[in-house]
Ligand binder design. Structure first.
Ligand code: TXA
Ligand code: MG
Length: 364
């Protein structure tokens, strides 16, 4: 069967212009028309690119699950243009939701509230709650307003793969599944939104993200429960956070977090492996590893937000290099790194087979 590539529409919108330039306005109109007719459009947000459909159209939403190969048990986030639209989709509006929406939206935080009757069951995987987010991205909000409907949008990658932070990543992952991609440039945050369950008191973080627990506690005016506070069995189990399966966001190349990254890389290189290393150390600190031919060193920022912004793009790039292994130096064990730690743990390959030399692998 012939595969048709999607149209990728470049959407520039310089910050100093209150209205989009004509080419961007046209692209938004075209995307809005596709959405109103039940189609799928990949859209930029400040976190990652989303695969959007009309959240009120059951058939359109079913198309998202098909395109991603996403299990029907994993609910979707509904994107809104403002807090008023969000309230119209909720059965009730708890005080924590009101506080977060008023002070942190638009922004990279998703709130979970009781589901209102307008939201089809397929969106929430049949559950009684709905996840709502107002993205801090003018193109996304303008598109929602132009389509006139809220947009269900998971990250625009195949299920379990690394989320896209550029239009090119979407093209690689879902190029044959989506008709239209709006290219708004690289995402400024680079990892998915913080998800907060506002149906409980205190509210609970279901997925750490760009907005920290401290920022949420400040706005809510009280404690917010984080995954690290919960007993392990609950945090890892299927109960409260649907879709939070431990393995997710993984590159194709096996990835490991190594307590002694330089020692581990040396061991892998000596066994004939091609290795990628994510490290915040200066090149001078790599000692005898510097300049080894089978090693790709990626210098990562020492600031958690900058690290998050580059993380997925780095994993996408390393996946193109035909490496045997990606080794990651553990980031600091501190709250500002919670979201990066969460994504790295999910990207790490569970128990890797014992290391044999490349030569004996190739021998019959
Ligand atoms: O930054 C983001 O949130 C991106 C952009 C596109 O907005 N979207 C995103 O969607 O990451 P997705 O589908 O890849 O992740 C949605 C997360 C999943 O972990 C899902 O389980 C959780 O939100 N979720 C959705 N609805 C929920 C609900 N009603 N209750 C609890 N968790 C929910
Ligand atoms: Mg995702």
């Amino acid at each position: 069967m012939a595969r048709t590539l999607p149209d990728v529409l470049r959407c520039d919108w310089p910050a100093e212009l209150p209205e989009p330039p004509p080419a961007t306005a046209q692209a938004l109109e075209r995307a809005a028309a596709v959405l109103r007719h039940g189609g799928l459009v990949a859209i930029p947000t400040e976190t990652v690119y989303g695969l959007a459909a009309d959240a009120l159209d059951e058939e359109a939403v079913a198309g998202i699950f098909r395109a991603k190969g996403r299990p029907a048990t994993n609910p979707l986030i509904v994107h809104v243009a403002d807090a008023a639209m969000a309230r119209s989709l909720a059965a009730s509006w708890p005080p924590a939701a009101a506080a977060i929406a008023a002070r942190l939206w638009p922004g990279p935080v998703t709130i979970v509230v009781p589901r209102g009757p307008r939201i089809p069951a397929i969106v929430t995987a049949g559950g009684p709650t709905v996840a709502l987010r107002c993205p801090d991205h003018r193109l996304a909000r303008r598109l929602i307003a132009a389509a006139g409907v809220p947009l269900a949008a998971p990250s625009a990658n195949r299920s379990e793969a690394v989320s896209p932070t550029t239009a090119h990543h979407v093209l690689e992952s879902l190029g044959d599944k989506v008709a239209l991609i709006l290219d708004g440039g690289p995402c400024s945050r680079g990892i998915e939104s913080t998800v907060v369950d506002c149906t409980t008191v205190p509210p609970r973080i279901l997925r750490p993200g760009p907005l920290s627990r401290a920022a949420l506690e400040e706005v809510v005016g009280g404690p917010v429960v984080a995954p690290a506070d919960e007993p392990r069995a609950t945090a890892a189990g299927p109960s409260r956070a649907p879709g939070q399966q431990p393995r997710h966001y993984a590159p194709r190349t096996p990835l490991e977090i190594a307590g002694d990254p330089l020692g581990r890389v040396g061991e892998l290189l000596d066994a004939g492996r091609r290795v990628g290393l994510l490290t915040t150390r200066a090149a001078a600190a790599l000692g005898s590893l510097a300049g080894r031919r089978e090693l790709v060193v990626v210098p990562m920022p020492a600031d958690p937000q900058a690290y998050a912004r580059l993380l997925y793009a780095t994993l996408h790039a390393l996946d193109q290099r035909a490496l045997d292994r990606i080794v990651v130096e553990p980031p600091p064990d501190a709250e500002p790194w919670a979201a990066v730690w969460d994504r790295l743990r999910r990207a790490a390959t569970p128990p890797l087979p014992p290391l044999r030399s490349a030569r004996s692998d190739r021998d019959p």
